[in-house]
Every structure is written in C-alpha cells, then in structure tokens.
Ligand binder design. Structure first.
Ligand code: I6G
Length: 681
C-alpha cells in the first residue's frame, strides 16, 4: 500500500514526540504531558503502523517487544573488554588507592578530581548504538565475550532505541555505552508477591531478579518485569568526539537520551569521596534501588589514560563496598502465626545475630513452599539478610553445617490456637485456619485491627489488653467492646481504675466516625483503607453497599472481581450483619456523604503526598478529607505527584519533591485546598 505523504510525516512526528517525552520522563525526570496523553499519542502511532506495516522501523517506540522467543542467546565479543573493578572494604583501603594514584600522577592527593557514584546492585550491560540506533545489547559475561540480550534490553522502557537528534553535539557513528540494569526495590517486592501468589519461586534479591529477568529467552516475559538502567561509562567509540572528563561524558550521555544516576557527584580529593560514601550510606534505605557500595573514578580522562590498568581492572577507579548485610545464624525453631484472616505464616526463630547494625531474632518465612524450597530444618545454619532497610529474611541454608539431629518442618494440620483444620485451597500458596472468628487468634487480630488508629482509633486499647479481653471471654466480636463496664476493665491485669475510665471514654469517642473508617475497621478481606474510602464515597451509605451486587461493586474505582467477591460474600454472612447491627445499635454513627461523580469533585485526578507533622489536624484526617474531594493520596513522591503537603520535620519526601520540582504546600496551603470542601465533609 502506498503511504500518503501526510501520513508518513505524521508517523515521523509522532515518533519524534514520543521519543522526546520518553527522554523527559526517564532521563530528565521531568515529564511534560500526562501519562494519558502519552498513551494517546502512542496508540495513534500504533494504529498508523498497523495500517501501513511497511512504515514500521526497528527503532519505533512501538517496537520494544517485536521478537518471538529465542532458542539460545548468541555470543558477543566485546570490542573493548568489559573490565571489573578493584574493591575497597575500608576507608584505609580507599586512602591507599588515593595515595597510589597521587604518586603515579606526581600530584598531591587533594589536587585530584574524582567522581563518586552509587554502585548499583544489578548486572553490567553494554549497549551498542550505530548511527544513533540501538543495534545490540550484551551482558558482561567473562568480560571478553558476553551474551546477546538485545531483544530483552529493548523492552526496558528507559533504554532509548534511538539517541536524541536534538542533542547539543552529534553522537559518534559507533558508540558503546555501559551501565547497570537493575530492578527497583518496589518493583522487586511487587514481582516477588506476584511470584508467591502464582506459587512460583520468589527471587532472593533484586540483583537475582534483574539477572533472571534479563536472561529470559522470551522477551515478552522480560517486558513484564520492572527493569531499569543507569549508564556509567563508554566502551567502543568510532568516528566521534567525547568530552575530556568522565563527569562531562556522563552529562553528554544524558543529553543523548541515556539515563544517568542523579546521585553522581564530583569530589575533590579522597576526603570528599569518603564524605560522599558516608552521606549516601545514610540515605541508602531511601533510594529507590539497592546499592552495595560507591565507585570512585578519576575524573580527567588524560589522567585515567596515564594511570592505565592493573590485571583486569582500571587503576583509576575503585568500588568502595558497604559492610555485608548478611550473616549466618542458627534456626532455633519455626513458629506458626495466625493472622486476622486466618493466614498461617511460619516464622523463623533465630539465635540473635547482628545484620547491618541491627540484632535480628525473627524472620518471616512467608509460607510452606518457601520452607520446602529452601529445605529448611530446625537446627540448620541459615543465611539471614536485610535488603535495604526492610524486614530481615532467611535467604538459604548452609547444608554442609546441618547437624545430625536437625528436624524437617512439617506444616501442622490443625490450628495451634483453636485446633480447627488448616486448609490450603488448590492453587493457593497460603494455608489458612478454618476457624474464622471462632479462632481466638483471628478474633484478637480482628479486634486489634478494628481498634487501630486508622480504623476506629480507640486510644488505649492496645495489644495486651485485647488479648486479655479475648482470653477472658469478655469480647467475642468488636461490638462487645461497647458493652464493657469500668468494673470489668479495672479487673484486668495492669489496668487501673483511671485507665479503665479513660478507655471507656475513648470507646465513646470512637463512636463518632466516618463510613470509610467503619468499613475499613470491619476487616473485610482485600478491603484496605483506600478501597474502604472509595466504597464510602461511591455509595454514600451502608445499606447501599450491603445490597450491592457484584457488578455494581465492580463499578467502584479500584474494585476488581476478587475484591468485589470478598465484599459481597462478607455482607452475605449472617454473623457479620449481626455484628454490624450491634455496632450501629451501640451508637456508632457517621456523617452523611453527598455522593458526587468523581470528575466533578474539585480535586479529582490530583495526586497528593502528605509528610511531616501537621498541627491542626492528623495526617489520616487530612488524607480522608483530601480523598473526599477526589484526590488520590499516596505514600511516596514520584513524577506523578501534583502536590506534597509538608508539615513540621518533613524529611526525605520533601527533599525528593524539591528535587523533582513538585509544588510543596505547607499546612496553610493544605487548609486552603480543603476550603473548597463542602461543609458536609
Ligand atoms: O561494575 C561497575 C559498576 C559501576 C563498573 C563501573 C561502575 O561505575 C559506576 N565502572 C567501571 C569503569 C567498571 N565497572 C569497569
């Protein structure tokens, strides 16, 4: 089919626009248009390419997943070997590195300019661009030959398929760029959750997840994995000029559309390098990706050339590693925890051990399959690790240290708390106690959840008290809380007359709530705070939610078939309806909600992050009021955030917002926003 010239021009214009928007989004962290507009342009290009297939080019933004599965990866010989880096494990070793360099260059150590950059915990990749088009991507392999992973790397959205023609300088005809492909922490957690739900083996850490994702023979699988890349250097270069400093080369790569880590700094002398190491070490847990150290490089290329190489590493660079976040300890026992919804979680009890400065005694083992996968026995020596600053995990077992009396773990068939059957439905990974609210463990968790700050906010009703109330048969369901007397409370352990009176007052106060909080407090499976809020906003009253059928429930934002089914089933259980009736009879009430169509709400479509301490209202109150006006209130700052509301002592989120150029409002600004609120809210 011949292509009308205006169509060909439109296709070219769309590609140019999409590439430029990708650059602004991934490289500059400064998107210009909303995601929906990007999607619209993308779909327009897709439709034109479908109609005129001869117009499709390999570097079109639509062609990230073009190829079918491979049988094996081809081999790639690197034109310039991909070397490794020497390591330093202490400040002293870094100072030695500085002294060696200074001596070779005949300079004093504090005269030397370095760059300091985070060392990402991912895998090294080479990207080859010819005439500005990505023609090949390869792993490091043994440094001389690697594997051809072009089809997979093409699926990583932040890797440009074509370099920017709008850049200040033209690119060399042949340009090989090197960097690290990694999986951001949030993507890793989400991927592992997906793996667990699907009954598949989770990845031990983001590095393994990134490597495993990139080594898939089917690029469609890689395309579904949250991978990203930062570029940190160059390899082969033909027919073109590059700047004479490493820091300027990185700036140049950025201008050509390649993503470079924004944490890179210049540092004069080794002392400044060590300052950087301390600073980034403190901020490590707040970074969106795992790093395992810092890399220092001599900045001037002529000095790099004068220094040369030792064995297979440059003499002008070194990786300063963070202390290990891993340790070995003994698995003393495996306990069973019963959650609010009956989920059975095995928990490792460990001989206390220090990991990255924190003493670890417990670690979740997630489920039975995890234990089987690692073949854990009580008495085993296990590897305990902390990824970033998150909860410690058991990473594996040292089989060679297994004592003869080590005992394998057998999942109990009955709940250790109520003796009901433990059931594991076909295709599900999680086993559950079938006791429901008959099980004291589930009852305790349900009541703790009901009383929690974000639910009914019953001040003073802590864990220990709930346990006593359930153990003494004073409370079977949340409604029983409202029938307690001062005498009953004062008779409990560690409850004085005054605290009993305070608790009754807190129970009384909790009766005035909101429908969203009340729904959340009921502990309906799959219904978190946000869904509860959406339900309240959508239906406006409880009887409409109770009566809603599955289709009606699914018309609520964020409610899919699984959540709808859970809500529907909950309200069809007579005992749940009885508890709700008892709660309402006890005096729990909430203000009426005027149901508005989301698009007519004044803050519809706005994404807001709250941080720091507010004086006039609590954060959760502010959140609810913003949500009631149609805003989406999220926990982390990203390019999609419209406003960050910063109270007192706001920390990293405020910094991130400032870094991304997001508008920051103070408490007065928040109140201003809320003023648009109708008086009924
Ligand atoms: O493996 C590496 C990680 C990070 C590197 C590296 C790096 O710079 C931030 N730089 C070089 C020069 C090499 N490996 C060889």
């Amino acid at each position: 089919m011949t292509v009308p010239s205006d169509v060909a021009a439109r296709i070219r214009a769309l590609r140019k626009q999409l590439n430029e928007h990708n650059y602004r989004y991934y490289v500059l962290d400064d998107p210009e248009i909303p995601d929906a507009e990007y999607d619209r342009l993308f779909r327009e290009l897709q439709a034109l390419e479908e109609k005129y297939p001869a117009q499709v080019t390999a570097d079109s933004p639509t062609q990230r997943v073009g190829a079918g599965p491979l049988k094996i990866f081809g081999e790639v010989r690197h034109a310039v070997p991909m070397l490794s880096l020497g390591n330093a494990f202490s400040a002293e070793e870094v100072r030695d590195f500085g002294r060696r360099i200074a001596e070779k260059l005949g300079l004093s150590e504090d005269e030397i300019d370095f760059t300091a950059e985070p060392k990402l915990d991912g895998l090294a990749i080479s990207l080859l661009y010819e005439a500005g088009v990505l023609v090949r991507a390869a792993t490091r392999g043994d440094g001389i030959t690697g594997e051809d992973v072009t089809q997979n790397v093409r699926t990583i959205s932040c890797v440009p398929l074509r370099l920017r023609a709008e850049a200040q300088r033209p690119w060399p005809r042949v340009l090989e760029v090197r960097g690290e492909v990694y999986m951001p922490k949030a993507g890793f957690e989400a991927l592992n959750e997906r793996q667990r739900r699907a009954g598949e083996k989770p990845f031990a850490n983001p590095r393994n997840a990134a490597a495993g994702s990139l080594r898939q023979l089917d690029p469609k699988i890689t395309a579904g994995r949250p991978l990203a890349m930062f570029c940190y250097g160059i390899g082969q270069v033909e027919d073109g000029q590059l700047p004479d400093r490493h820091s300027a080369i990185l700036a140049q790569l950025k201008d050509w559309g390649l993503r470079v880590c924004p944490q890179i700094r210049r540092a004069q002398g080794i002392a400044a390098c060590l300052d950087y190491y301390r600073d980034i070490g403190e901020r490590r847990s707040q970074l969106a990706y795992e790093i395992d150290g810092v890399v220092y490089k001599v900045d001037r290329i002529d000095q790099q050339q004068a220094l040369g190489f030792v064995s297979r590493a440059p003499r002008w660079a070194i990786a300063h590693k963070f202390p290990a976040q891993e340790a070995l300890t003994r698995l003393l026992d495996i306990d069973i925890q019963v959650g609010r919804t009956g989920a059975i979680t095995p928990v490792a009890r460990l001989e206390p051990v220090e990991v990255g400065g924190v003493t670890v005694t417990n670690a979740t083992l997630h489920n039975q399959d995890e234990i089987a996968r690692m073949d854990l026995h009580r008495g085993d020596t296990v590897v305990v690790y902390r990824a970033g600053d998150v909860i410690p995990k058991v990473g594996g077992v040292v089989l060679s240290r297994r004592p003869p009396d080590a005992r394998p773990f057998v999942m109990p068939t009955h709940c250790p708390v109520c003796d009901s059957d433990i059931v594991r439905l076909e295709g599900q990974v999680i086993a559950r106690c079938s006791g429901g609210l008959f099980c004291p463990a589930q009852r305790k968790e349900a009541i703790k959840h009901f009383a929690s700050r974000r639910a009914m906010d019953i001040e003073g009703l802590g864990e220990k008290l709930v346990e006593q109330l359930v153990d003494r048969d004073l409370v079977h369901d949340p409604a029983d809380l409202y029938a307690l007397s001062v005498e009953q409370l004062a008779a409990l352990e560690r409850v004085a007359q005054k605290s009993a009176e305070n608790l009754l007052a807190a129970l009384e106060k909790s009766k005035a709530t909101t429908l969203g909080r009340f729904l959340f407090a009921l502990g309906i499976r799959e219904v978190g705070e946000t869904t509860a809020q959406s339900l309240a906003q959508h239906f406006g009253d409880l009887p409409s939610i109770e009566a809603a059928d599955l289709d009606t429930l699914q018309s609520v934002p964020d409610v899919g078939p699984v959540v709808a089914n859970s809500i529907y089933t909950f309200f069809r259980q007579v005992h749940n309806r009885d508890v709700i009736d008892k709660l309402v009879s006890a005096g729990i009430h909430w203000p009426k909600i005027a149901v508005k169509k989301p698009a007519t709400l004044p803050l519809a479509g706005k994404v807001i992050v709250l941080t720091g301490t507010l004086q006039g209202l609590s954060r959760s109150e502010a959140k609810q009021r913003l949500q009631a006006l149609g805003a989406k209130v999220t926990g982390s700052v990203s390019k999609k955030t419209d406003w960050v509301i910063a109270g007192e002592a706001a920390g990293s989120k405020l910094e991130k917002a400032q870094g991304l150029g997001i508008e920051v409002l103070d408490e007065a600004g928040l109140l201003n926003l809320l003023q648009i609120s109708p008086a009924s809210i």
